[in-house]
Design a protein. Structure first.
Lengths: 273, 209
């Protein structure tokens, strides 16, 4: 049985070159058996704009080293976790004055050592910057609303967009999506505070006030007319992108058109008789 | 009692005001986390489970030209955050240690070739090898494909293992106890030398950043 939880699972912080940083992780063995575990560090690269990563072709900076600050445990050393036991591992990140000024991406892994065939490991990410703190410099790309034909009934209107981080330092997205009609705000949605890596892009997601992910969408029915969606991201200067679209009860008019056509055809046939 | 998170340009703060004796208290198997800060601990917790008491898949004695399958379930929770990725790899092909004899990793049906990163149908009784699939399920073990449909269309699709970790399940939204069934399949010919073939499968679960 492998049943391990780790927290916090995502960690972002700054370190000045030549300094160290401590990070405490809670490791819980949720199973009813004693597990043999060890710890390790791997570096990663971003894989896509949705927060996925890859460990292929990722190379660690040799000037950064890691150790455990626990008195009874070293990084890579085997330890036991009893049933339902919570262990706190304190990871120490060491940099040197020669550490390059950039952002670094690592995963702290807890691996179960099993004498049997199946093994598993679970990780928590570290994103840290050894650069001086920069002000976010973002841009918005591909902001759009779908579907193409927006009907007053039946389908929600879904908004999508991509933020691009023009700086070399990670940042957290903050901003809002405002949908208005005739210059009157009808809905405001918060942008999910996702991490956007330096010189990288991230798909924009929306969140409610409790930070739960929700669709970036408005639901029917809609009054017919012209709508405007404004996406604002907080950056060096707040950046804003706007799109406009038209909503019309196409389905109702289509049904009415078909009924009218059937009536006209029926009347014409009757007149011919 | 009040509390919550506060943020300015350079700082993030979570606080608890008015809680009697805030902090973490443990007694036996019970833990009390008093105070609003602990809400965020719970949200930032990442959990992975392999539901196999022995962490061992035993196919038993194999019959040539008849596929043998075995399975276990996995589950993942990341109540907040950005989703997860589960990867899997093998340490080596199924083999008899020290003999050089192996059961090769499957290529699936002839004409529907699968690779370590791309699945295909494998139901032929003459396409020999060792492979696997991962299918998202509901709590009653009914296939849903949630988290896995981008890697395996349905239960007839398989892939060979690789020594390089491959993605088998992922989502980019917070999830709680999302489950999947991992099915291992082996099919040998009558010319496969007898012996105990073994290898080790390694699962890797990481959150999205």
């Amino acid at each position: 049985m492998f049943d391990i939880s780790i927290s916090p699972s995502n960690n972002e912080f700054f370190i000045k070159p030549g300094q160290s940083y401590l990070l405490a992780f809670d490791i819980i063995n949720n199973s009813q058996t004693t597990l043999t575990l060890n710890s390790s560090i791997e570096t990663w690269l971003p894989k896509d704009n949705k927060g996925e990563i890859t460990y292929e072709n990722a190379f660690a900076d040799p000037s950064i080293s890691f150790s455990l600050n626990n008195s009874d445990l070293k990084l890579g050393q085997t330890f036991l976790a009893k049933p339902n036991e919570k262990k706190q591992l304190v990871l120490k990140i060491h940099t040197t004055t020669s550490t390059s000024l950039k952002d670094h991406y690592y995963t702290f892994f807890i691996t179960q050592l099993s004498p049997d065939q199946t093994t598993a490991k679970i990780g928590a990410h570290l994103i840290f910057s050894t650069q001086e703190k920069q002000t976010a410099s973002l841009s918005i790309k591909k902001f759009s609303a779908s579907p193409l034909i927006k009907d007053s009934f039946f389908k929600p209107i879904i908004f999508s967009g991509t933020a691009y981080n023009n700086s070399s330092q990670y940042s957290k997205l903050t901003g809002k999506l405002i949908i208005s009609k005739n210059n009157l705000k009808i809905q405001e949605i918060i942008i999910s505070p996702d991490v956007i890596l330096g010189n990288y892009s991230r798909s924009i997601r929306c969140a409610d006030k409790e930070a739960n992910i929700i669709p970036c969408a408005i639901n029917p029915p809609f009054w017919p007319g012209k709508y405007t969606a404004t996406l604002t991201l907080n950056s060096q200067k707040p950046i804003e992108t706007q799109i406009s679209f038209f909503v019309f009860p196409y389905t109702v008019f289509l049904v009415l058109g078909i009924i009218t056509a059937i009536i006209l055809i029926t009347m014409r046939i009757k007149l011919k008789k | 009692m009040t509390g919550g998170t506060k943020a300015s340009a350079g700082y993030h703060l979570s606080d608890t005001v008015g809680q009697m004796a805030p902090g973490e208290y443990t007694s036996g198997a019970y833990t009390v986390e008093a105070g609003f800060q602990y809400i965020y601990n719970t949200f930032n917790k990442f959990r992975f489970v392999i539901n196999d008491p022995d962490l061992a898949i035993n196919f038993g004695a194999l019959t040539p030209d008849i596929g043998t399958t075995a399975s276990h379930s996995i589950s993942i929770s990341c109540p907040a955050g950005h989703g997860y990725q589960i990867l899997v790899r093998e340490n080596r092909p199924l083999s008899i240690l020290g003999s050089g004899q192996t059961i090769p990793d499957t290529s699936c049906n002839i004409g529907s070739t699968c690779t370590p990163s791309s699945s295909a149908i494998w139901n032929s009784s003459t396409s020999y090898g060792f492979g696997y699939n991962v299918i998202g399920t509901d709590i009653n073990d009914n296939p849903t494909g949630i988290g896995t449909s981008q890697y395996f269309t349905d239960i007839s699709y398989y892939r060979p293992f690789s020594t390089t970790a491959q993605y088998v399940m992922s989502e980019n939204v917070p999830v709680s106890n999302h489950q999947a069934r991992v099915t291992y399949k082996v099919l040998i010919s009558s010319s496969q030398p007898a012996g105990n073939y073994t290898n080790s499968i390694n699962f890797i679960a990481v959150p999205n950043y």
